[in-house]
Design a protein around this ligand. Structure first.
Ligand code: ZN
Ligand code: ZN
Length: 335
């Protein structure tokens, strides 16, 4: 089979031939139909994850079909359509696992960090990391929902916002263009915050009721004029822009962070205390959360906007993504 691997930190994408892997105990082999290219693939490409071992096959937005099951797998059968996302398995024994909070597992496995991901024709994943895929969702459309989609869907549905509340989505990119669609479908008064007047048409098309142009004025003031946001979903990994949003949060509201940046936020305690405001981060979710995401998307018509590249052109697809030129998710498809 063909795999695209990185063999050292900072190395290039290498198209190689490998033997088809065998599923071990509790594992499932998946014939990959499509794999999304996520910004977090930079962790594999550049070796930014402590302890990552090479060679490693990137890709944690996988849609495909069960091909073979290992011993002790009871939930999955060959032929089933499935997906795998960022959360690649858990230990069932640590404190969060014993409380059923698997995504916070202290020995969490991450797809394409701790085992090879979806930039290949066949992959093996722990059975608990596998989600079933609705029949009416094509693989290339489903793939980005397994990281970008679940992250915004799962954070929004657990945010405490209720139908009719004002929810703002900052950033109209890979995460944001899905966040706007989910926010609209969940019944929120949806405000998109982008940069430039030219983004307004797209934001409205995705379902935003209102558009705030962050290049033309302060988004926090714009939100205050609308009454303040119960939740601001911050998707663009720009800590300065995120910090500036806090004054647009309504009393008892929260800044909900999913855009993974490295720079510190700059928010004073006083900006939080008066309005009893909160700042929260959110990781993606479990395989079962992925299923909810996929079913909800199939039901409501939420879809990613994608650019397809054949697996062999993974390097080109990655370049398109990392250069910020993709509109909005790059997906590798297998022939
Ligand atoms: Zn991702
Ligand atoms: Zn655990």
């Amino acid at each position: 089979m063909i795999a695209v691997q990185i063999s050292k930190a900072g190395g290039n994408f290498e198209v190689v031939e490998r033997p088809i892997p065998e599923p071990g105990r509790g594992q499932v082999r998946i014939k990959v139909d499509a794999c999304g290219v996520c910004h977090s693939d930079v962790l594999v490409k550049e070796g930014m994850w402590p302890g990552i071992q090479y060679p490693r096959v990137p890709g944690h937005e996988i849609a495909g079909r069960v091909d073979k099951i290992g011993p002790d797998v009871t939930l999955w059968k060959p032929g089933q359509r499935v997906g795998v996302g960022w959360h690649g398995g858990h230990c069932f024994e640590c404190e969060p696992c014993r409380r059923g909070d698997f995504v916070l597992c202290q020995r969490e496995k991450i797809t394409a960090i701790h085992f090879d991901g979806g930039y290949q024709e066949d992959m093996v994943a722990p059975a608990e990391a596998v989600a079933s895929l609705p029949d009416d969702l094509p693989a290339d459309q489903a793939a980005p929902l397994l990281c970008a989609g679940i992250t915004v869907y799962n954070s929004l549905r657990n945010s405490g916002a209720r139908g009719g509340d004002l929810v703002a989505v900052q950033g109209i990119g890979g995460l944001g263009h899905l966040g706007i669609q989910y926010a609209r479908q969940m019944g929120f008064r949806t405000v998109a915050i982008g940069r430039g007047a030219d983004k307004q048409g797209l934001a409205k098309k995705l379902g935003a009721h209102e558009y705030i142009d962050g290049a033309a004025g302060s988004p926090a003031e714009g939100l205050q004029r609308l009454g303040g946001a119960k939740v601001i979903l911050a998707t663009a990994p720009d800590s300065k822009a995120m910090s500036a949003l806090i004054d647009g949060v309504a009393p008892n509201g929260k800044l909900l962070i999913v855009g993974a940046g490295f720079e510190p936020l700059s928010i004073t305690p006083l900006q939080l205390i008066g309005g009893r405001k909160a700042i929260q981060g959110w990781p993606s979710g479990t395989a079962r959360d992925s299923e909810d995401t996929l079913l909800y998307s199939a039901l409501t018509g939420v879809r990613p906007m994608i650019e397809r590249y054949p697996l062999e052109k993974a390097a080109e697809g990655y370049q398109q993504m990392i250069g910020g030129k993709a509109r909005f998710r790059v997906v590798l498809t297998m022939s």
